[in-house]
Design a protein around this ligand. Structure first.
Ligand code: PMP
Length: 398
C-alpha cells in the first residue's frame, strides 16, 4: 500500500487575497482595437524618451563600473540629494538622509506593511481606495476599515470617531488626485487629519504619485507639512507618473526609526533598487528640466480630461454624476442607482464594443457600489477618448 502524499501547499494568505481585478482586466484589454480607459497607464508618446536615453547613455559611458554594480540599500546619494532638494522646494524641509529609494512606491507600501503591521492590526483607508494598497495591507494580515469619504475625501470627524473605536496603527491616504476618484483633500481637512493622527497616536501614510500632475487650481500642501503630523507621517513619491513607470523608481520620507526599519525590510526584499536606473534619474534631474516636462504632460492631460468631460453627458445615462479632477489621471463616475446598473456585469458588454473601464466595486472596502466606475483619461488622445465614450454609450444602452 502506498501512503497518500499530501499536496504541497501555498500559504493561506495567497488564496485569501487573490489577484488584482485591474490586472485581470488589463490582460483582456491588451487587444489593440480596444480603447482602454481601464489601466492607469501614463501616455507613452509623452515619455521623454530622448532625455531618458541620454541620461542612461551618459551614466553607462562615464561610470559603468558604478552604474552596473551593487549599491547601498538606502539608494544612490546623488538621487537622494536631488529628491531632497525637490521636496524642500515644495515646502517640506528634507535632507538626503530622510529618504529611502524604493522600487516604485508600491514597494514602499510593502516595506511599511512589514515595518509597521502585526497580523490583526487595524489600517484605516479611504473608501474607495487604491487597490494594490488593499492587497498589501491584506497580505500583512491587517484588519482594513474604511473611513467615510465625500466628494473631497476623508471626513475628519468620522476619522476621529473611527480612531477612538478601532485604535488603528495607520491611516493610508492619497490626498491629491486620488486613485480611483481623482478627488483632492482640501487644506483644512489635511490639518484636521494631521491633528486627529497626532491625538490618536497613529501613523499616516501619505501616498502622492499624482500631485505634480496638476493642470488646474493651486497646489495643496502635503499633510506631512502640518506640525502635528511631522513625526508620524510617511510621504511616498514616485517617478512613475512624471517620468516613466518602467523605471520602477519611488522613494519614501519617514522619521528615522521607521526609515531604518524599512531599510532592513528592503534588504530582505531586493537588496536595493537598480543602480543604473537611480543614476540615470539623477543625471536626468541634473541635466534636464523635469518640471518643464511635467508641465507639458499635465497640460496634455488637462486637454484629455476636457475631452472626457465633454463626451460623458452623451455616454452615461441621464442622472449620472462624475468627478472633475484638477489633475492626475482618473475620473470617477456613478450611474443612477434607480437604473439597476451593475458595472462589473456590464464590463463584458463594453469590451465587446471595444472599450474598457474598471468597475468601482473592488475599490471599496465597505458597501461596494455597483453603479460606479473608474475612467483613466490620460492614455488616449482626445479623438480616441471621444470615440471610446461613444462606444461606452452604445454598450450601456444595449
Ligand atoms: N500608489 C498609488 C495611489 C498608485 O495609483 C500607484 C500606481 N498605480 C502606486 C502607488 C504605485 O506606483 P509605482 O510603484 O509605480 O510608483
Amino acid at each position: 500500500m502506498t501512503a497518500t502524499v499530501p499536496p504541497a501547499r501555498l500559504a493561506a494568505r495567497v488564496s485569501a487575497i487573490g489577484g488584482s481585478p485591474i490586472r485581470d482586466i488589463l490582460a483582456v484589454t491588451a487587444r489593440p482595437e480596444i480603447i482602454n480607459f481601464a489601466g492607469g497607464l501614463p501616455a507613452p508618446e509623452l515619455f521623454d524618451t530622448e532625455g531618458i536615453a541620454a541620461a542612461f547613455g551618459h551614466v553607462l559611458a562615464n561610470d559603468p563600473g558604478r552604474a552596473l554594480q551593487y549599491s547601498t540599500t538606502e539608494g544612490e546619494p546623488a538621487l537622494r540629494e536631488a529628491l531632497a532638494a525637490r521636496t524642500t522646494v515644495r515646502g517640506l524641509p528634507t535632507t538626503a538622509d530622510d529618504l529611502l529609494i524604493t522600487t516604485g512606491s508600491q514597494q514602499a507600501l510593502s516595506l511599511l506593511a512589514t515595518a509597521l503591521l502585526e497580523p490583526g492590526d487595524t489600517v484605516l483607508v479611504e473608501n474607495p481606495c487604491y487597490l494594490a494598497a488593499l492587497q498589501t495591507f491584506g497580505f500583512a494580515g491587517a484588519r482594513i476599515v474604511a473611513v467615510p469619504c465625500d466628494d473631497t475625501g476623508i471626513d475628519p470627524e468620522a476619522l476621529d470617531a473611527l480612531v477612538a473605536e478601532h485604535r488603528p496603527k495607520l491611516l493610508y491616504t492619497v490626498p491629491t488626485f486620488q486613485n480611483p476618484t481623482g478627488r483632492t483633500l482640501p487644506a483644512g481637512r489635511r490639518a484636521a487629519v494631521a491633528e486627529v493622527a497626532a491625538r490618536g497616536g497613529l501613523w499616516i501614510v501619505e501616498d502622492d504619485p499624482y500631485g505634480e500632475l496638476r493642470f488646474e487650481g493651486d497646489r495643496v500642501p502635503w499633510i506631512a507639512t502640518h506640525e502635528g503630523a511631522r513625526d508620524r507621517t510617511v510621504l511616498l513619491g514616485s517617478f512613475s507618473k512624471v517620468m516613466a513607470p518602467g523605471l520602477r523608481l519611488g522613494w519614501l520620507r519617514a522619521p528615522a526609526a521607521l526609515r531604518r526599519a524599512c531599510t532592513v525590510a528592503k534588504q530582505a526584499a531586493d537588496l536595493h533598487t537598480p543602480t543604473v536606473n537611480q543614476l540615470a534619474a539623477a543625471r536626468y534631474l541634473a541635466d534636464r528640466d523635469l518640471d518643464a516636462h511635467v508641465a507639458k504632460v499635465a497640460a496634455a492631460y488637462g486637454t484629455r480630461r476636457d475631452a472626457m468631460l465633454k463626451g460623458l453627458p452623451a455616454a452615461l445615462p441621464e442622472g449620472s454624476t462624475w468627478s472633475r479632477p484638477e489633475g492626475g489621471m482618473f475620473l470617477w463616475a456613478s450611474l443612477p442607482r434607480t437604473g439597476g446598473y451593475d458595472l462589473t456585469a456590464l464590463l463584458g458588454k463594453a469590451v465587446a464594443c471595444d472599450v474598457a473601464y474598471v468597475p468601482g466595486a473592488p475599490f471599496h472596502v465597505a458597501d461596494p457600489d455597483p453603479t460606479t466606475l473608474r475612467l483613466c483619461f490620460v492614455t488616449q488622445t482626445p479623438e480616441e477618448i471621444a470615440e471610446g465614450l461613444e462606444r461606452l454609450g452604445r454598450a450601456l444602452k444595449s
